[in-house]
Design a protein around this ligand. Structure first.
Ligand code: ADP
Ligand code: GLC
Length: 529
């Protein structure tokens, strides 16, 4: 980067051009940016997975770097209005076919962000869309039938919010399919010739957190967006006579990225592209991968408030205490010598649960039966899987599971386990393997997505590496790799210790990734203007 600048200066000298004022775009390198995160999830208010962690943690880090960061999410019914500030004047939002009345906006500051420069969080309130139990669906209706309307309304309302605040972002940063239509509105309704002026300079980024979810609905819904049918085709909504929200976003956004460099490459292939690999290859010049960080205030054995005793790479006593507490919590015999394999996960196909718990071939049954280990699981999700897990718990004395969601237990599992298993079918980034590494809990992972970017293969000759990796996803491969880890535990304990140390000193803080996002924003603004 510096080299290029020097070369440019010399060229300028030779040609002796007249002195120019710095171009507007150059100012972005020093300026504080106005960044607008549009997302369906953000901790601590709404979370189904890592997206919620990422949006809040990235925003906090960007604000710490001095930028003006604001997040907008829907106000789901479980978000207590009494704890928020109501912005005056409920407003109607014009949507195709009429006005959506009675929406309101609430706001608050993001906990954990700097008092001097807090991340402002806004909540779009509209009972008819968000006043129900569930973010995307419920146990009886896994994908709400009106999701196109719910999230299209949300995106449109986000622009109205900016107008109300008279705050117009440099960068609109949308996340996943529920926010993907925001860049479409920006490009086809705001930044159009003779159109409104307020967002003319706003650039857009769309981050893919999970290509497996795209927001595909019947075309009949489209009129509600109020964008016109020419935009339907120009923006790339068309998807085999359905409409695809993510696809339209990927075509329409200025730049796009995903949450690890390896997943960015994988998604351009047919195997991992979920039918959008063609779009991603088409946009590959504007597409990159930036590895997520982790929130090191919450996920660090030195600061963790959920574990019995804090610990660090120089004093591992607290890890032994966490192991003991974990064994007690799950009703396992307390024994420091037996290895514990932990897992915290959504029980969905993405996470490899078919090969782990499948009724006929699942590997958990066989490795728990054959090996001297303890296994603890925390998770919830698909019913067949929850049932299989209940069956295994009743048949195996060393297999213990809790079905449900618990922040506290997830911390105890990370700290108290010796190994952490992630046999993901695909994994855009994955947070738990990074938590595991910094807690001295060695990951056993499939070489895919962000797992491949963050875990280094164990070398049993030298003790190098940070975890145990397999390639082809099958019950046999999981069985063998768990077996390898258990073998190393019993026969190469000095290697295990070395690997723990290596993992615990790795830097996954958000600062690094936040700076990469700033570079991406600046590059997008430069190419945009
Ligand atoms: P994904 O978003 O695909 O589920 P990630 O690894 O990015 O995967 O993030 C998952 C996050 O959700 C992690 O912070 C993990 O600890 C948490 N999590 C998943 N299931 C549970 C659960 N049952 N209880 C507590 N935390 C959970
Ligand atoms: C998605 C992915 C996960 C990633 C998270 C945060 O939920 O499945 O791999 O870590 O988003 O970006």
């Amino acid at each position: 980067m510096k080299k290029t600048q020097t070369v440019k200066k010399e060229t300028v000298k030779k040609q002796e051009p007249e002195k120019k004022e710095p171009k507007e775009q150059d100012l972005f390198t020093t300026n504080k940016l106005k960044i607008f995160m549009v997302s369906s999830e953000a901790v601590p208010w709404a979370k189904t997975g890592g997206l919620a962690d990422m949006v809040s943690a990235l925003s906090i880090s960007l604000a710490k770097l001095g930028h003006d960061v604001r997040i907008v999410i829907p106000r789901y019914y479980n978000i207590d209005r009494d704890k928020l500030e109501l912005l005056p004047d409920a407003m109607g939002i014009p949507m195709g076919g009429g006005i959506e009345e009675w929406s309101a906006i609430y706001s608050t500051d993001m906990p954990g962000s700097d008092k001097d420069n807090p991340v402002k969080v806004y909540f779009i309130d509209h009972e008819i869309f968000f006043g129900r139990d569930g973010i995307y669906g419920s146990p009886t209706e896994t994908d709400f039938i009106d999701n196109f309307r719910r999230f299209t309304f949300f995106c449109k309302a986000s622009f109205q919010l900016c107008r109300k605040l008279e705050w117009f972002p440099d960068v609109l940063h949308a996340h996943d399919w529920p926010a993907a239509i925001a860049p479409v509105y920006l490009r086809f309704a705001e930044r159009v010739p003779n159109g409104p002026k307020e967002f003319k300079k706003t650039a857009s980024i769309l981050t893919i957190h999970n290509l497996g979810y795209q927001g595909i609905y019947h075309k009949d819904n489209y009129d509600y967006a109020g964008l016109g049918w020419d935009v339907f085709y120009n923006a790339g909504f068309e998807d085999w006579s359905m409409l695809n929200m993510l696809k339209a976003g990927l075509y329409s956004t200025d730049k796009l990225n995903t949450v690890s460099p390896n997943y960015a490459e994988e998604t351009k292939t047919q195997e991992h592209g979920f039918r959008l690999d063609g779009v991603l290859r088409y946009r590959s010049g504007d597409y990159c991968g930036i590895l997520n960080g982790i929130d090191t205030d919450v996920w660090s054995p030195e600061k963790d408030t959920y574990i019995p005793k804090n610990y660090s790479v120089n004093n591992m006593e607290g890890k032994a205490k966490a192991k003991e507490a974990l064994q007690k919590e799950f009703g396992l015999p307390v024994n420091p010598d037996v290895p514990i394999i932990g897992i915290v996960t959504r029980l969905t196909e993405q996470k490899g649960v078919g090969d782990l718990f499948g009724p006929t071939y699942g590997s958990a049954w066989s490795f728990c039966r054959d090996m001297d280990l303890q296994f603890v699981l925390l998770g919830s999700g698909e019913k067949w899987c929850e049932n299989e897990i209940a069956g295994l718990s009743s048949r195996l004395s060393n297999f213990k599971a809790k079905i449900g969601y618990s922040e506290k237990l997830s911390h105890l599992i990370e700290a108290g386990s010796d190994f952490f298993l992630m046999p993901s079918r695909y994994e855009p980034c994955g947070l738990n393997q990074m938590y595991s590494l910094v807690y001295g809990t060695l990951p056993i992972v499939r070489r895919t997505g962000g797992l491949a970017d963050t875990v280094e293969q164990y070398n049993q000759e030298t003790g190098e590496g940070t975890g145990f990796i397999f390639d082809y996803l099958s019950p046999g491969a999981i069985y063998d790799t768990v077996g390898w880890a258990v073998w190393a535990w019993y026969n190469k304990r000095e290697h295990i210790k070395k690997m723990q140390k290596r993992g615990m000193t790795m830097d996954f803080s958000w600062e690094l990734s936040a700076n990469k996002y700033i570079e991406l924003y600046q590059e997008t603004l430069r190419t945009k203007l």
